[in-house]
Ligand binder design. Structure first.
Ligand code: IVH
Length: 664
């Protein structure tokens, strides 16, 4: 037994080390394959010997399923902010003020100001015990479960020379790559885009499902230690020490003696920051010695020993020529400014976002105004204000439209939302075309038709919805300009091929709001035929892993519209797949290899025998009674009380049939 324990501990240590190499140092030392193999080995051992359970094991980092509300926790030390400046003079003044007050030698540590969301982490005896957001500075939200999924934050520290109790603060960030990918996905499912990585990081950290947090690829930089027994008087030296405990500490930290050194750092990073994988918005200057920090003290709002110098966002001024209102696939109206072309961070900008009605009114925008345009790293540039002083003669005041520019329907602005929508989903040209474009897309039905073709088909009256695509005849196409036998044949062939596309992709293709690729897969597995999904209740939908209120409501809304049900009926008649194929249902996999199940209770989707068969087909093992070797209880209604108690005592995971179906 002792041997197993040692083996488990050695594996945990090894995997922690690799995680550190990968996530903190960005220097992976083994292949992903090898990593997964070891992790699986550890998972297997832990499952076999639940008595060695450790919440800090690297296997526990995928997050739990719980959906608890956040608890408010008081900060040990209040979380103050920094005084900000955009001016070099004020940096100089800060330096001289410090010099005068201290009246002795001092050092200034220069760091990057990371633009994420701040976090306070408490470590007790080398173990992460709590992670709290800033909140109002005095009390924040306990987001420990979410933070535990962030791979660059150590759950257990390396070495042994850390204080038994200390706090470390830093920033939780969403790197640009992950941010762009997230927004791409959200745009596909019609969700509101995050304006910048900071909002995305903050939003993610407040998500109620740690599994979603785990998927979002958050990262961290830690930059401030607090505690009674920190190893050094120097902030810089403490950071270096913290690096050795496994924290992700930026390399862009410099100890400066003179103002000249400080400005060298500022000037270097002012341009170099554009090459970083994460967003930064300035430089933070801190007096290095903690003794001197105490000497300088705090104002009510911020420390006197530190200041933030913020980078000027690259901005330009130009004239607003006109405003367009665009209609998106799900009917969202976006106001876009047409500008007198202007050079901004190396590219010519002609169009910029005007956000929404509230912002247009706040800026009091008029045609002909001189506007400020910025590129904050976001996908499209945005208008950040109007130069009122430059207003000589203005055109009309910009007012948000009341009727859809494409179809004339009265727009609606749902309570609590900033955006307007056109409700005419079935008759509004850009919405119809947008829907069809989404449907034919490569990740959806993969039909050979680009934007131009769809436009043409629509203008020619060949299509009014996606089902019409399947009724287009070769003679209809041959009548069109520039279409010959070959191109028509290609199109029709891809139409035929699309009838083989699997049910989950079809679900994605029909364009239910908030149903992206991953959600579609989950729904297809939980409701293996469309009839089951069409008739699913709110409770059945939300019982599916990772299907929350918003998605469930959207699915219910979609199927409550008769024309959508009619569309599905037509597509089904045309031969589109609306059930998981038998080969998939019958499919043999080894996803449950090494897992032992006990089935108990009564089920809705399949019978007990079917579940037994499914377990075996997927490489798992069925047993009749619960023991320490059981990995999962597949529990239906009316599971026996004694069994339930035993499972709880042995800390065996209890899953429902939907969770099980998702697993396979
Ligand atoms: S030190 C008492 N260092 O900026 C000083 N803050 O406006 C504690 N920030 O709330 C903060 N990078 O979220 C510090 N290198 C850095 C930082 C940094 C970003 C954020 C932090 C803080 C805000 C202050």
């Amino acid at each position: 037994m002792e041997e197993v324990k040692q083996k488990i501990e050695a594996l945990r240590k090894e995997i922690d080390r690799w995680n550190y190499q990968y996530y903190v140092l960005a220097q992976p030392i083994i292949s992903d394959f090898e990593f997964d193999r070891k992790l699986k080995e550890l998972e297997k051992l832990e499952a076999e010997y639940p008595e060695y359970y450790d919440p800090n094991s690297p296997t526990q980092r995928v997050g739990s399923d719980s959906n608890k509300n956040f608890v408010q926790v008081e900060h040990i030390y209040p979380m103050l902010s920094l005084s900000n400046t955009y001016s070099e003079e004020e940096v100089t003044e800060f330096y001289h003020r410090v010099k005068k007050t201290l009246n002795e030698d001092f050092e200034i540590v220069c760091e990057l100001k990371y633009d994420g969301t701040s976090i306070s982490l408490i470590y007790e005896n080398g173990v992460l015990v709590r992670a709290i957001t800033r909140g109002d500075g005095t009390r924040g939200d306990d987001v420990t479960a979410n933070v535990r999924t962030i791979k660059s934050i150590p759950l257990k520290l390396q070495g042994n020379n850390y204080p038994d109790l200390f706090e470390i603060r830093g920033e939780i960030l969403l790197p640009w790559l992950a941010f762009n990918k997230l927004n791409e996905e959200r745009s596909e499912t019609g969700e509101m885009l995050f304006a910048n990585p900071r909002n995305a990081a903050a939003g993610t950290l407040k998500t109620q499902n740690p599994r979603i947090v785990a998927q979002r690829k958050l990262d961290s930089f830690l930059y401030y230690l607090l505690g009674e027994k920190l190893p050094f008087d120097g902030h810089y030296e403490n950071l270096e020490k913290a690096r050795s405990w496994g924290f992700k500490i930026s390399d862009a930290v410099k100890k400066c003696k003179t103002l000249e050194d400080v400005f060298k750092f500022i000037n270097y990073w002012n341009t170099e920051r554009n090459n970083l994988p994460v967003a930064t918005d300035g430089i933070v200057l801190k007096v290095n010695s903690i003794r001197q920090q105490l000497n300088l003290g705090w104002t009510a709002k911020s420390p006197r020993w530190a200041i933030a110098y913020k980078f000027q966002a690259e901005s330009a001024e130009t004239i607003l020529n006109s405003v367009d209102f665009q209609v998106g696939r799900v009917g969202t109206i976006t106001p876009v400014a047409n500008l007198e072309p202007v050079l901004l961070s190396g590219t010519i900008v002609k169009r910029a976002s005007l956000h929404n009605e509230d912002i247009i009114n706040k800026f009091d925008v008029h045609i002909g105004d001189v506007c400020y345009v910025e590129k904050g790293g976001e996908i499209i540039p945005k208008i950040t204000g109007v130069n009122k002083e430059a207003r000589v003669h203005t055109g009309e005041k910009v007012v948000f439209i009341e009727y859809c520019p494409a179809c004339g329907s009265k727009l609606i602005r749902p309570k609590g939302e900033a955006a307007y929508y056109c409700p005419n989903h079935l008759g509004c040209a850009p919405q119809i075309k947008g829907m069809v474009e989404h449907f034919v897309g490569r990740k959806a039905m993969n039909i050979n038709a680009g934007e131009e073709t769809i436009n043409l088909f629509y203008e020619e009256g060949l299509i009014n919805n996606v089902a019409d695509l399947y009724e287009i005849k070769i003679e209809d196409i041959l009548k069109l300009d520039r279409w010959g036998e070959k191109s028509a044949g290609n199109f029709l062939e891809s139409i035929e091929m699309s009838k083989q596309i699997s049910y989950d992709r079809v679900l994605y293709a029909i364009g239910i709001r908030f149903v992206g690729e991953t959600v579609a897969k989950r729904l297809a597995k939980a409701f293996p035929a469309i009839e089951a999904l069409m008739n699913a209740t709110y409770e059945q939908l939300t019982a599916v892993d990772e299907i929350g209120e918003v998605i469930a409501r959207s699915v219910l809304d979609y199927f409550s519209v008769e024309s959508n049900r009619e569309l599905i009926r037509r597509l089904k008649e045309q031969g589109i797949q609306f059930a998981l194929g038998n080969e998939i249902l019958a499919g043999r996999t080894n996803v449950l290899q090494g897992k032992t199940f006990v089935i108990s209770g009564v089920f809705t989707e399949h019978s007990r025998d079917e579940y037994k068969e499914l377990i075996e087909k997927n490489g798992g093992k069925n047993t009749g009674s619960i023991s320490a070797k059981t990995n999962y209880i597949l529990a239906g209604e009316n599971m026996g009380h004694a069994k339930l108690q035993k499972a709880k005592d042995l800390k065996i995971k209890i899953i429902n049939e939907y969770e099980f179906l998702t697993m396979i």
